[in-house]
Design a protein around this ligand. Structure first.
Ligand code: TYD
Ligand code: MG
Length: 450
């Protein structure tokens, strides 16, 4: 038995209300609320429960066995490979390369596992053209072009693959619902049915989802809690570099990144990513920092341009660094180095526009600013690591040892860091010169005196 039920859903954040509003009460976006009709199934199933609670110690612990995605960079972002029975959501802007990476991966996985690729956006011929361009091998890769959810589910059940791909969730629809494909209630309902199917049959499922202009996945809240892992595929159309970033991962650490390059014949992983975000030039206004992204240390250049302002309010812009962080660093310099910056515009950009979230990049930003202001290049072949406290002190940084190791690997000669444990310092003797500092003034005196 089923009855029709009307509900109002914000297409931006997925909030449901019982009446129409011009502005969403949750995310404040205008005209995003759409009436959707869902069919309500009678709830007489699943009420009998034969399960009982059991003591904790009786649960058998089995080790997760993963299989490789065929890319080491992709495996790292997944936490070490694909977990059977897990559901991964791969989000990204249209055209960024989601179908490309997943088709390459599907080919590689199919050499050892049974793979089913469901294309709801492109025809079989279109996929074949891409496949030929990518020059891949496959053994057990099947492809199915369909948008109807019940037919997709039937096909997955009959093929029973180890790995299935839905490209994309916004293009498939459940016929029992009247709302259009891509609407929040469709996306939500289709994902949850697919998720149940994956769990019941121990199939690893990868769902591709497009992001909207402001960077949110359609119906993001509902999808993100439903799946085990959420990965974003990022990059801009001007450069050929692409970044995979884990936002949520039940089987690994988050904010892990994988770096690729888009070439004529598909995506290639970049084995030494520090080399693409640094230039190793010794010029005024540029320093190198080593940040931590997930479990990986990464060297990134920080460039500053400080100019006398022609405006009543000086301009401050950033690429790759949070603007509030810059305001804070400027305030610390004013107060604790004693340099008045209110008459200067200040522009900051990271190498390749790489987004740095690690606060230990503060020191690099500060030295870049002062280096540009004084027009003096910083000490040659030097990396700067340290979070700036509001009273000018340089605070401890996470994973300092791995950051210093990365600097050594890159052949950097000096590294300026917060005070270290003696044991770490001893480990690096003869490999790199380590300068320990406790406040910003010391760092400036050390690295910017001619
Ligand atoms: P695609 O994987 O279709 O993007 P998405 O699925 O995220 O919408 O990628 C499309 C872009 O990638 C397109 O602009 C062409 C480019 N591309 C290459 O540069 N090289 C390649 O080998 C392929 C297959 C695509
Ligand atoms: Mg696509």
């Amino acid at each position: 038995m089923s009855s029709k039920l009307s509900t109002f859903i914000c297409q931006n954040c997925g909030t449901e209300t019982s009446q129409y509003f011009g502005k969403c009460l949750n995310c404040n976006s205008w005209n995003s609320i759409v009436e959707e009709i869902k069919s309500k199934r009678s709830k007489n199933k699943d009420t009998k429960n034969n399960k009982k609670s059991i003591p904790f110690k009786e649960i058998s612990s089995k080790k997760i066995s993963r299989f490789t995605s065929g890319f080491r960079e992709f495996d790292r972002v997944l936490g070490g490979g694909i977990v059977p029975g897990s559901v991964v959501l791969l989000g990204g802007e249209p055209g960024i390369g989601k179908s490309t990476i997943i088709l390459q991966s599907a080919g590689k996985i199919s050499l050892n596992e049974k793979v089913l690729y469901i294309t709801a956006e492109e025809s079989l011929e279109q996929v074949k053209i891409r496949w030929e361009r990518l020059n891949q091998n496959s053994i057990d890769l099947k492809i199915f072009a369909e948008t109807n959810l019940s037919l997709i589910i039937e096909e997955i059940k009959s093929v029973n693959p180890s790995f299935a791909i839905i490209d994309s969730i916004q293009a498939i629809h459940n016929h029992e619902m009247e709302s259009s494909p891509g609407s929040v209630s469709q996306v939500r309902a289709c994902s949850s049915e697919l998720q149940n199917l994956a769990k019941d049959n121990n199939i690893a499922l990868l769902i591709i989802g497009h992001v909207t202009k402001d960077g949110a996945l359609a119906g993001p809240k509902t999808l993100e809690h439903l799946v085990d892992t959420v990965i974003n595929f990022e990059g801009d159309n001007l450069s050929s570099h692409r970044l995979l970033r884990s936002i949520k991962n039940r089987f690994g650490s988050t904010f892990e990144i994988g770096i690729f390059e888009m070439l004529e014949e598909g995506l290639r992983e970049i084995k030494n990513p520090s080399s693409i975000f640094t230039n190793k030039e010794n010029i005024a206004g540029v320093t190198t920092t080593i940040t931590n992204e997930g479990t990986r240390p990464l060297a990134v250049d920080i460039q500053a341009l400080v100019n006398k302002t022609f405006y009543s309010n000086p301009r401050r812009t950033t690429t790759g660094i949070n603007i509030n962080r810059l305001h804070q660093i400027l305030a610390v310099i004013e107060k604790h180095v004693g340099i008045k910056l209110s008459e200067f515009d200040c522009y900051i950009a990271t190498g390749g526009g790489f987004e740095i979230n690690d606060p230990s990049s503060d020191l690099g930003v500060a030295i870049s600013i002062l280096s540009s202001l004084k027009n003096i290049p910083p000490l040659a072949s030097t990396s700067f690591i340290g979070e700036l406290g509001l009273s000018g002190q340089v605070r401890k940084s996470n994973n300092l040892r791995t950051k210093i190791e990365e600097a050594v690997r890159l052949g950097i000669k000096n590294i300026v860091v917060p005070k270290l444990e003696e044991e770490i310092n001893n480990n690096f003797q003869n490999l790199i010169h380590i300068k320990e500092i406790s406040n910003i003034k010391e760092a400036v005196d050390y690295s910017l005196s001619k």
